[in-house]
Write a protein that binds this ligand. Structure first.
Ligand code: PRP
Length: 214
């Protein structure tokens, strides 16, 4: 095995547990679980360094080349619009980007500027631009469902997984934008210079993904 160190950025939070289970095969899971506040783990045997970062920052670490690889939701990739390579669909973290609001809310009207609350301003802007619908973005960091409830926005653009949060707040999906799932991404330069090692890791994960479909 080529022994160049590889650095992999893994997300903390929502998709962390599943991401870690995928990394189990690379021998990391138990080590990390026993010390959950530590942010960098190095495995000197297989020469892999793992960095734990906020999910929204994974793309930045990979784009800047601080991490060679990263595990991240397609939602964050679309929002960041960075020049990274998508190597593998990991098959978990499945959800949708949707527009949601109260039943009967009109999304399209040339005379009206639709107010959209979201954690994903770039995704929202791009989608409504493609529909020629003028919008005002209200950028929030979480609990965006509050937007329509308190009259801050007409609708939200957000990820919907079970639909439970929308339902609990009397809201519904008005239109789907696109599917989202977890991806293995690579920094383009690292992909060139550490190709052999990246291919080894990708092959191990690919095998893991295929097994989960059995
Ligand atoms: C996400 C998303 C929705 C919710 C959707 O929020 O922004 O609020 O999950 O999931 P559901 O369809 O299964 O209910 P997250 O839990 O990441 O927290 P946040 O609102 O603080 O961003």
């Amino acid at each position: 095995m080529d022994k160049t160190y590889l650095t992999i950025a893994l997300p903390k939070g929502r998709i962390a547990e599943q991401a870690m289970q995928y990394m189990e095969k690379l021998g990391i899971y138990d080590v990390v679980k026993s010390s959950s506040r530590k942010l960098i783990f190095t495995d000197d045997v297989i020469k892999v360094r793992y960095m734990f970062v906020k999910a929204v920052d994974v793309v930045t670490y990979v784009d800047e080349g601080v991490a060679d690889l990263g595990v991240v939701g397609r939602d964050n990739i679309l929002e960041e619009g960075a020049e990274i390579y998508e190597l593998l669909d990991l098959g978990f973290g499945k959800c949708k980007f949707s527009i949601a609001g109260f039943e009967g809310t009109d999304l399209y009207s040339k005379d009206k500027i639709l107010r959209v609350a979201t954690k994903y301003p770039n995704v929202a802007r791009k989608f409504f631009d493609s529909r020629n619908q003028p919008i005002d973005i209200i950028k929030l960091s979480g609990s965006v469902e509050l937007g329509p409830l308190v009259g801050l926005s007409d609708v939200i653009v957000d990820i919907v997984e079970t639909g439970g949060t929308l339902k609990a707040n009397g809201l519904m999906v008005l239109e789907d934008i696109t599917d989202v799932s977890a991806k293995l991404i690579a920094n383009p330069a690292a992909y060139r210079y550490k190709r052999k090692r990246i291919k080894e890791i990708t092959a191990m994960l690919q095998e893991r993904v295929e097994k989960s479909y059995d």
